[in-house]
Ligand binder design. Structure first.
Ligand SMILES: Cc1cc2nc3c(=O)[nH]c(=O)nc-3n(C[C@H](O)[C@H](O)[C@H](O)COP(=O)(O)OP(=O)(O)OC[C@H]3O[C@@H](n4cnc5c(N)ncnc54)[C@H](O)[C@@H]3O)c2cc1C
Length: 379
């Protein structure tokens, strides 16, 4: 009987082990952590954002490579194993119970063996693969690799690949917070954000911007961070009113016969820490607003278009850009130089914006590989 080894119990590893084992293939899954599926469980803030209604090749950095893979029916597969899902208004798909742990639970069964908390070594012998762990050596006919990246995983290791030569594109974290120079405080505010690089608008989104001391986050920032480039001058332009409010009318009324100072008078429009940051070095800061009626257009400019220069990208993040070059693989995600050796998911240099696209890709790779191996074994 042919034997399959799966290395890495993440999205790709679990779905391929589940598919093959339920089709009566002998599967052993090796996981370096004490538990499988840790990253799935923290996805979508613990709600498990496993896919998106708007999956499209152009949402990925390498549309040509992903276009056939992402067609795998990931949601259909989950439905077939009784995991029901729903989509929110942005198209993000979650388990109906909004519990990411459900995704992991439905993919674990007793038809395949999970060996966790294990450090392996790997050797290729003719067309088979030998895995040595805890003093044993087992030989496998097929190898599926889905070890992801070191984001949120301090046990991640690719040392066992040292005998194999893979070309790896430089990695960096994306879909994470952006760090700014000033500590503005902690608050949230909806509005339009634009990522401007060397004075060119690269990305725009209307969403909720979260300020936390020197850090900007929120889904709109994570999506903008996808385009961040260290070598360029990056800034976020934040427009909290997005041209939807007639500030001139509002302020003309507010400033009439008003004895209060500027910060107090504007605090229904913007969070106080942001107002203090915007005005503290201006001549308006301590003035009563009734004395500022001639300065309305300058005040409106200050509060409607806020420029936040970016210092760097945080080393937190959801996904790593870079990784093993996709050109090393054929259409079935098999390494061109190593027969019956398959890989996919985040360890490849394939990535997308946030919203379920990255998990979808990893699950789709797992299904594609598993179906191909099953077919191959049956022939
Ligand atoms: C905080 C956070 C939130 C996220 N939210 C979302 C989201 O909402 N939507 C979305 O689409 N994506 C999200 N992602 C990204 C998504 O989780 C990953 O893209 C996806 O899990 C990648 O799947 P994978 O199977 O390639 O790798 P992983 O799921 O990372 O699995 C790799 C597995 O391999 C194991 N491993 C590593 N080294 C070894 C080794 N030497 N031997 C054996 N096992 C090993 C790891 O421990 C891990 O279990 C999020 C990521 C993070 C960190």
């Amino acid at each position: 009987m042919k034997k399959v080894a799966v290395i890495g119990g993440g999205a790709l590893g679990l779905i391929s082990a589940h598919f093959l084992s339920t089709n009566n293939i002998d599967v052993t899954l090796f996981e370096i952590n004490d538990k499988v599926g840790k990253k799935i469980k923290i996805s979508g803030n613990g709600k498990g954002n496993l896919s998106n209604l708007n999956i499209d090749k152009d949402k990925y950095n390498n549309p040509d490579f992903v276009k056939e893979i992402i067609k795998e029916d990931v949601i259909g597969y989950f439905k077939s194993i009784a995991l029901l899902t729903y989509a929110d208004k942005e198209g993000r798909i979650y388990p109906i119970n909004e519990n990411a742990g459900d995704i992991v639970d439905v993919l674990i069964n007793n038809k395949y063996k999970i060996i966790n908390n294990v450090t392996i070594s790997l050797k290729r012998k003719e067309e088979q693969y030998q895995i040595t762990y805890q003093g044993h050596t087992d030989t496998f006919d097929y190898l599926i690799l889905g070890i992801g990246s070191n984001i949120s995983n301090n046990k991640y290791s690719d040392n066992f690949l040292k005998d194999f030569s893979f070309f790896i594109n430089k990695r960096h974290n994306i879909l994470g917070p952006l760090l700014i120079f000033d500590n503005i405080g902690t608050f949230r505010r909806k509005g339009k954000i634009s990522l401007v690089q060397n004075n060119k608008v690269i990305y725009q989104e209307v969403g909720e911007l979260q300020f936390k001391n020197n850090q900007l986050s929120g889904i709109c920032i994570f999506n903008a961070s996808y385009f961040y480039e260290e070598e360029k001058e990056n800034k976020i332009i934040f427009e909290p009113f997005n041209n939807e409010v007639n500030l001139l009318n509002i302020l003309t009324d507010t400033f009439k016969d008003n004895d209060e100072n500027l910060i107090k008078s504007l605090s229904g429009l913007l969070p106080k820490p942001l107002l203090i940051y915007l005005f503290k070095n201006t001549p308006y800061f301590h003035k009563k607003v009734k004395d500022l009626r001639n300065d309305l257009s300058s005040i409106i400019n200050i509060i409607s278009t806020i420029t936040l220069p970016i210092k760097t990208i945080s080393n937190l993040g959801q996904v790593q850009a870079g990784g093993i070059k996709a050109t090393l693989l054929n259409d079935n995600l098999e390494l061109k130089d190593y027969k019956n050796f398959f890989m996919g998911g985040e360890m490849l240099d394939i990535y997308s914006i946030s919203g379920g696209y990255n998990l979808h890709f990893a699950f789709a790779c797992g299904l594609k590989i598993a179906k191909y191996i099953l077919n191959n074994i049956k022939q």
